[in-house]
Design a protein. Structure first.
Length: 128
């Protein structure tokens, strides 16, 4: 990733992402594919710039419209659970939010469909 928005600095740097992955390991996330995806996907681009420095905390964060981006542990655990089963060809994500879970799944599942309840949120996800 050469775009500085994606590589991050300070609290959005690769080192900060590595610390998040270490915490996820300590909490029991063992799938290396999932951990690698969490490490390499820049979560800070899915939240408002004002709270980007908190993007790699293991907590849900507000994304507007009364919604939150899920806690990284929850995203990792849901993804791990999906990958622990038989190979998946299609996944339907209901409640797309900012699209982070869909982005985590993107290289791991052949086809992804998402649904969002808010017309304003749907527009935002479409452009992300």
């Amino acid at each position: 990733m050469t775009d500085p928005r994606f590589s991050g600095i300070g609290m959005t740097s690769a080192r900060t992402r590595d610390r998040l992955v270490q915490r996820l390991r300590e909490q029991g996330i063992a799938n290396l594919t999932v951990l690698d995806r969490i490490r390499n996907l820049p979560r800070h681009i899915f939240v408002d710039e004002a709270i980007a420095s908190r993007a790699y905390e293991d907590t849900a964060l507000p994304i507007g419209f009364g919604q939150t981006i899920s806690q990284p542990y929850i995203v990792a655990r849901m993804t791990e659970a999906l990958l622990d089963g038989p190979p998946l060809q299609r996944v339907l994500e209901v409640g797309t939010g900012c699209g982070y879970q869909t982005a985590v799944l993107a290289p791991l599942v052949e086809r992804r469909s998402t649904a969002s309840w808010s017309p304003r949120r749907r527009w935002w996800c479409r452009r992300s």
